[in-house]
Design a protein around this ligand. Structure first.
Ligand code: URP
Ligand code: ZN
Ligand code: ZN
Length: 462
């Protein structure tokens, strides 16, 4: 059965235009144009009058069922992808992060098993390199051969995930040789640990010092270092969850020099600030993530970055932990609070409400950072990220007139709080399709566990 979506306003990175969209029964878009007719009487016709027709959004940064800091992020592959779908996100890139002593291919098998039979929408992986040894070096080309040419390194989480500079540089050279791209969590881990230790020695163990251990300078420094090392290694670099002007400037400088460096920020860094860490009753723990929330001036720099296209993508770093049962692990010591926040479900509507509706960014810019750029940078633009003939029919009908609020009471993610509780929401996805299959009907989830597929990708270059 084909699918004809009639009369909506199709949004691309270039503009917004009234058009019909026709997808065949293989779930591939075949035509975008005016006055299209169904190809057969069995085709489904959906009226999109008054609605925006957006490409299914891509979240380049999630942590589904991630074992981390003594617990596991609480959304599994069904929960996270279903939450994504109701929020208009139909592809996620999840980080494959094992523990030291485990081979990358072993970790990858475990990740694939977790998603299999559960994912509702499509997904791809970034493979983390958390130590350097012969096994890791040997398996990097094999990981690429399995369709995963994007990797991840951390300059923080010392003793767990962090690579020292020598290891990082060796990993960069190996990834470059294999035709990969490296994503990086860039904060100076040594500074972070020294400052956290100093606060602890003063007996300051509350959430209010979390952000003071990772000041913007420590993010700027690590971003600078990673960029320079990647330049030496001849490796494309993608800096994840950029929070501040100090790091953004380093990336802009690199881009001016002609170096291939991409900048991702996440929705929380545009909208929430570090005053939340001083909330009473341990409430600040809900926002403990690394890097931390920053000042309004940094938020402003990131908004401008999106508008000027120097911030290339917008992710969520969706790493949900229950407040009552998981965040509470750090009640007496902020260093033990599982780091991470949910967001895969809220990102698109938040960006629409607080970005497009306020005039900070345009609809084509929303599509660029949430759909088209992640697809292009990570090599799925042959299938995803745009409404065009030949692409998968991953389509979101978004009703921009609907008004409501964000709330834990109505969310699908399994966290017991919503970071945007009670915030005004303008618009929401009404109908969502993944490869032509309906996964959201009248804003209610109707997808099927196991329908989601892994998106194997080609190396970027050799
Ligand atoms: O606090 C965060 N961001 N937790 C998830 C892991 C990471 O660093 O991205
Ligand atoms: Zn990170
Ligand atoms: Zn992350």
């Amino acid at each position: 059965m084909g699918l004809l979506i009639r009369g909506g306003d199709v949004v691309t990175t270039e503009g917004v235009f009234r058009a019909d969209v026709y997808a065949d029964d293989d779930g591939i878009i075949r035509q975008v144009g005016r006055d299209l007719e169904p190809a057969s009487s069995s085709d489904r016709v959906v009226d999109a009058g008054g609605q925006l027709v957006l490409p299914g959004a891509i979240d380049p940064h999630t942590h589904v069922a991630l074992p981390f800091m003594g617990t596991v992020s609480c959304d599994d592959w069904f929960d996270a992808t279903a939450a994504g779908c109701v929020g208009g996100t139909t592809t996620i890139f999840d980080f494959v992060i094992g523990s030291r002593g485990e081979r990358p291919l072993e970790t990858l098998e475990a990740w694939m098993a977790k998603a299999e039979g559960k994912a509702v929408s499509d997904y791809a992986y970034h493979m983390a390199v958390i130590e350097w040894n012969d096994d890791v070096e040997r398996e990097i080309p094999e990981v690429v051969a399995r369709g995963i040419p994007s990797f991840k390194a951390f300059t923080a989480y010392k003793g767990a995930l962090m690579l020292e500079d020598e290891e990082l540089f060796k990993a960069m050279r190996a990834i470059a040789a294999a035709g990969g791209i490296l994503t990086i969590h860039a904060v100076n881990g040594a500074v972070l640990n020294a400052l956290a230790e100093a606060f602890a020695a003063e007996g300051r163990l509350g959430t209010d010092v979390h952000h003071l251990c990772q000041p913007p300078e420590s993010e700027g420094e690590a971003t600078h270092r990673a960029i320079r090392l990647a330049g030496l290694a001849g490796l494309p670099l993608y800096v994840v969850h950029v929070t501040c002007d100090a790091a953004l400037k380093e990336i802009q400088e690199a881009n001016k020099r002609g170096q291939e460096v991409y900048c991702e920020t996440c929705i929380q860094y545009l909208l929430l600030d570090d005053s939340l860490y001083s909330l009473p009753d341990f409430e600040g723990a809900k926002y403990v993530a690394s890097p931390p929330l920053r000042k309004p001036s940094d938020q402003e720099a990131l908004w401008q970055g999106i508008a000027r296209r120097t911030v290339h993508t917008l992710g969520t770093d969706h790493a949900p932990f229950h407040f009552e049962t998981q965040k509470v692990m750090g009640k007496d010591d902020f260093r033990k609070i599982p780091n991470g926040m949910p967001g895969v479900e809220e990102r698109l509507s938040l960006l629409y409400t607080y970005g497009v509706e306020t005039g900070r960014i345009t609809l084509p810019q929303l599509v660029e950072v949430c759909c088209t750029a992640p697809a292009r940078i990570f090599g799925i633009d042959d299938r995803k990220g745009a409404i065009r003939p030949g692409a998968d029919a991953d389509i979101v009908l978004y009703d921009p007139h609907w008004e409501g609020t964000f709330s834990v009471k109505t969310q699908r993610s399994t966290t017991d709080y919503n970071c945007y509780e009670g915030w005004k929401r303008k618009g929401r996805p009404t109908q969502v399709f993944v490869r032509g299959r309906q996964v959201v009907r009248d804003s209610a989830f109707c997808g099927e566990p196991g329908f989601g597929r892994h998106l194997a990708r080609k190396p970027r270059r050799r």
